[in-house]
Design a protein around this ligand. Structure first.
Ligand code: BGC
Length: 401
């Protein structure tokens, strides 16, 4: 609705400009123009209902743009550099992966225009990444108090200052899926209460009219196994209900930082010996299967799917290989043209070029998945820039840049 209204306004502004000559430009105002005013934020509060991406493009945040512009500048191949700079315009999610990272939220929010939506990942649960090592976080398992008061609360305070700005959030990738499939690991047992209460707290506090939330649901090769589908849907729905069924939860995110194709048929792993136990061989089937289960468990089931790095298939030895897959390429750009009414948008959640984990076997956060045969090496710590990997994604992009 908002988007349509905006489109109408723009159209009439253009018509007006064609009908009468544009007025002579007035002298530039003195001093810096506040970025927020220059970017034409909405004049009135935003209330999101329905698909929040309709009529809005995802804001290309400065953090990723800076990384990409620097990457392009360091290239000697000018044709590749020209392609690289186009990546800086793609709207991606900004990961708030530490308390310190909250400091960049506001400078990004203030530049979001009325026909855009800002996108962030909430990612700092106590005992984070309990079934792996590469993304272990700053808060110890059980430290829910710090998560609430020093992470969620300050973020909420900033978001409350921008009621006229549309915001999409991915909530805590991998956390609840880990509680479904890795619940026997001691680290995940230690994290379990903090994850459930932390996610419920986040959903409750972030439930503002201008925000749309998507709780992470892993991917088809994770919660898509026949035995995981119902427990997965029940886990997410339970936490959603614990939070008081917040109105602004729209559904789920899938394939975050993942590699699965959207609708490749037969699916990439459909010839595997265990394929009979998983009927969700691509992300489309996963969403179409999982969503009704969520709904019957009492939670909304719209989805966004990360297509940032899924252009090339046939690279992984095993479906569960998640670290810096070698040979990958940038996938379909963010769009609401998904061909599936359950899928609100294809999105780029993982900023392509940022590592999934270090390949340095001596590092504290070294995870053996990052040393596997199909993982790109060398790779730096999770979240840090890997120029060679970025160039590979760019060269293998489908569609090409
Ligand atoms: C890392 C985060 C990073 C994110 C996006 C995760 O794997 O743990 O630190 O912000 O990826 O690159």
């Amino acid at each position: 609705m908002k988007g349509l209204q905006y489109a109408t306004l723009v159209a009439s502004a253009i018509t007006g400009a064609l009908a009468a000559p544009a007025p002579a430009p007035t002298a530039a105002p003195e001093g810096p123009i506040p970025a927020r005013a220059a970017a034409a934020a909405c004049a009135t509060p935003v209330t999101l209902s329905g698909n929040p991406f309709t009529g809005r493009t995802i804001y290309a945040n400065k953090e990723y743009s800076k990384e990409v512009i620097a990457a392009a500048a360091s290239m000697t191949d000018s044709a590749l550099a020209a392609k690289a700079s186009k990546v800086a315009d793609v709207g991606t999610f900004l990961w708030i992966d530490t308390r310190a990272r909250i400091s960049v939220v506001e400078e990004n929010l203030k530049d979001v225009a009325c026909n855009q939506i800002a996108a962030f990942v909430i990612y700092d649960l106590p005992g984070r990444d309990c079934a792996a090592k590469a993304s272990n976080g700053e808060l110890a398992a059980g430290d829910l108090a710090t998560y609430k008061s020093e992470y969620i609360d300050p973020i909420v305070a900033i978001f409350k200052k921008y009621p006229n700005t549309a915001i999409a959030l991915v909530i805590e990738p991998d956390s609840l899926p880990n509680l479904v499939t890795n619940k026997d690991l001691q680290t995940c047992k230690d994290s379990a209460d903090g994850y459930k209460q932390g996610v419920a707290y986040a959903l409750k506090q972030l439930n503002l009219p201008n925000i749309a939330m998507y709780i992470d649901a892993g991917h088809g090769g994770w919660l898509g196994w026949n035995d995981n589908l119902k427990p997965g849907a029940n886990m997410l729905a339970q936490v959603y209900k614990d939070a008081g069924s917040p109105k602004q939860v729209r559904g789920i995110s899938t394939n975050v930082a993942g590699w699965n194709a959207f609708d490749l048929s037969p699916g990439e792993f459909s010839k595997a010996t265990d394929a009979q136990w998983n009927k969700c061989q691509n992300e489309k089937i996963f969403v179409d299967t999982f969503s009704p289960l969520l709904k019957s468990a009492g939670m909304p089931g719209q989805a966004i799917i990360d297509t940032g790095r899924n252009a090339v298939t046939g690279l992984r030895k095993e479906w569960g290989d998640w670290c810096n897959v070698n040979g990958a390429g940038f996938g379909v750009r963010p769009t609401t043209s998904t061909g599936d009414s359950l899928v609100d948008s294809f999105v780029w959640v993982k900023p392509g070029g940022e590592s999934d984990g270090t390949s340095d076997t001596g590092a504290t956060r070294y995870d053996s998945f990052c040393g596997k045969e199909d993982a790109f090496k060398p790779a730096p710590e999770a979240g840090t820039w890997n120029q060679a990997y970025f160039e590979m994604l760019l060269k293998n992009a489908k569609p090409a840049f």
